[in-house]
Design a binder for this molecule. Structure first.
Ligand code: SF4
Length: 277
């Protein structure tokens, strides 16, 4: 059986940068704290905690504490609140997420209502919302257009959560164009996500079976899986090698492997080794 691994499988630049920054800072200290998970992957969270970084669910007194801001970013209120409590901040927000913040703030300053294509419960989207003075419109998918709010809007700017599906985002933009006379669109899907999506549109057609590796908490892994499944029924989403079932490969000559942006290389290598065996 041929095993074909996506070139873009695994850590993206932003996640790698956040983890390196966290591990470097944690070395020799015991006062580094992380609000929530640094990325959506249990192995990475364990690695970070093993390095001595403590995970907290809410901010308490920050005296002599260093707070790690995760790759997805956070709203300005969170930063201000942390500083007011006495934390020093180590900002691991991905530069590509910061670019979305910059565009959204600039366009809001030019009186454009901001529309975010993304999942409103995801930290990245909450971080974008938290940069703005006026509440933006958040659209999770094409079937859930808030028409009343959209019809009232004359001038708007669309930004996209960095890991969204491009085709879906363009479809939403085209639909919004029917209602909003002055509408701008910024494709803020990051480069690593674009590469992943390009490969995941090709690989399921070229392989008998597809394996997508990543945590069930990871939104970008979910999107890879959804695209793969829509193109090849024999697509499987696994967390690790132990989830693989031998019967998936009955009669298969090839398997394609991809992985979400927060999946560590070691997890991918273990899956490949298992498939080879
Ligand atoms: S998925 Fe893109 S935006 Fe998100 S951390 Fe990775 S590189 Fe940055």
């Amino acid at each position: 059986m041929k095993i074909r691994v996506a070139k873009s499988a695994g850590f993206c630049f932003g996640v790698k940068r956040a983890i390196d920054l966290a591990l470097k800072t944690a070395s020799g200290r015991n006062n580094v704290y992380m609000l929530g998970d640094i990325v959506h992957n249990e192995d990475v969270v364990r690695l970070i905690q093993k390095a001595g970084i403590k995970k907290i669910r809410a901010l308490t007194s920050g005296k002599n504490r260093l707070l790690l801001m995760r790759a997805h970013g956070a709203g300005q209120k969170v930063f201000r609140h942390a500083l007011a409590l006495g934390y020093k901040i180590l900002d691991a927000t991905c530069p590509m997420v910061k670019e979305i913040h910059r565009i959204a703030k600039d366009m809001e300053a030019k009186d454009y209502r901001i529309i975010i294509v993304g999942d409103k419960n995801h930290e990245e989207v909450q971080g974008i919302v938290g940069q703005l003075k006026q509440g933006p419109i958040v659209i999770p998918d094409k079937g859930r257009l808030p028409l009343t709010a959209v019809k009232k809007t004359k001038k708007a700017c669309v930004v996209v959560q960095s890991t969204q599906n491009l085709q879906k985002s363009l479809y939403i933009f085209k639909t919004l164009k029917k209602y909003i006379p002055d509408l701008r669109f910024y494709n803020t899907i990051c480069r690593p996500t674009r590469l992943k999506q390009k490969e995941i549109r090709r690989m399921p057609k070229e392989n008998d079976v597809m394996i997508i590796i990543g945590s069930k908490e990871s939104a970008n892994t979910r999107r890879l899986y959804e695209i793969s499944k829509s193109l090849n029924e024999k697509s499987h989403w696994i967390n690790a090698a132990k989830d693989i079932k031998k019967e998936w490969f009955r009669g298969a000559d090839s398997v394609g492997v991809s992985a979400g942006a927060s999946t560590p290389d070691i997890t991918i290598q273990k899956v490949i080794a298992y498939l080879k065996r």
